[in-house]
Structures are given as structure tokens and as C-alpha cells.
Design a protein around this ligand. Sequence first.
Ligand SMILES: [Fe+2]
Ligand SMILES: [Fe+2]
Length: 154
Amino acid sequence: MKEPTNWLVHDHRKYEAALEECEMAAGAGDWKAAIRLFQEFVDDLKVHMRMEDEVLYPAFVESVDNSAEAVADLSDEHDRIAQLLHDLAHVIKRNDMDHFEDSLTPLYKAMTTHNEHEEQVLLGMGNDSLLMRKDEILARLKTLTTDQGRVWDF
Ligand SMILES: [Fe+2]
Ligand SMILES: [Fe+2]
């Protein structure tokens, strides 16, 4: 797979690295650092998923023929990731270090699989069509605030 220097997916490696760092802190028993790293990671990822759910995915479906099904699959993967994030948030609330590490693994897996899938779809099916609308899409991304969209209870 080529390295995604592409504007649509450029943050993926950053999220994977952030979660690896969090996993390392948890593995070393540094509970405080693990929670802090997880919280930072979640804040970033929430915004990233929101940009995709609310701007990129709809723009992609509008611009690229026959892409609705592939995008629906990607949305389902977001739901799964959101579920795993909620699980981890509850583990943190319970101060349950052992389960924290256990729950990181499926999250890491779900996220890396999703990122790869998303890169395949977005870069493979319609990068050029979206590129033509890049200015419009970037303007829409800038108007996103964090007080709407997916419901988080943490
Ligand atoms: Fe993404
Ligand atoms: Fe995504």
C-alpha cells in the first residue's frame, strides 16, 4: 500500500502512532499517562470521524458513482470504533487497568483495518472527483464544531 500523503487520509498514521504510544504506557503500568494519551487520541479521532461522517463521506457519495454501498460500510466501521471507544471510556471510569489493555487491542485492530479500507475506497474510487471539489470541501470542514453529530457520553 502506498503511503497516504493524500489530503483525505493524512491523519491516519498519526492516530495509529498515538494509540501505540498509549498501549506502551499501559503496558509499562503508567496508568496516568495511558489515560491522558487515550483522552488526547479520542479528542482528535472524534473530530476526524465527524469530518468524514458529515462532510467527506456525503461529498464522496455525491461525486462518485456507485459509491454509496462502500461508504455505508465505512460508516458501519465508524460505529464499531465508537462502540469500542465507549467501552474503553467505561473501563477508565472504573479504574480497571487490566481491561484497559485488553480493550485497546480490538480498538487498534478495528481502527487500522478501517483506515486501510478507507484509504482503498477514498483513494481508489474517486480521489480525482473529490480533488475537483477540494476548496469547497475544505471550507465545509472548517465550519465543523464539536458540539453536534455523533453522541458521546464521555
Ligand atoms: Fe479517516
Ligand atoms: Fe474513517
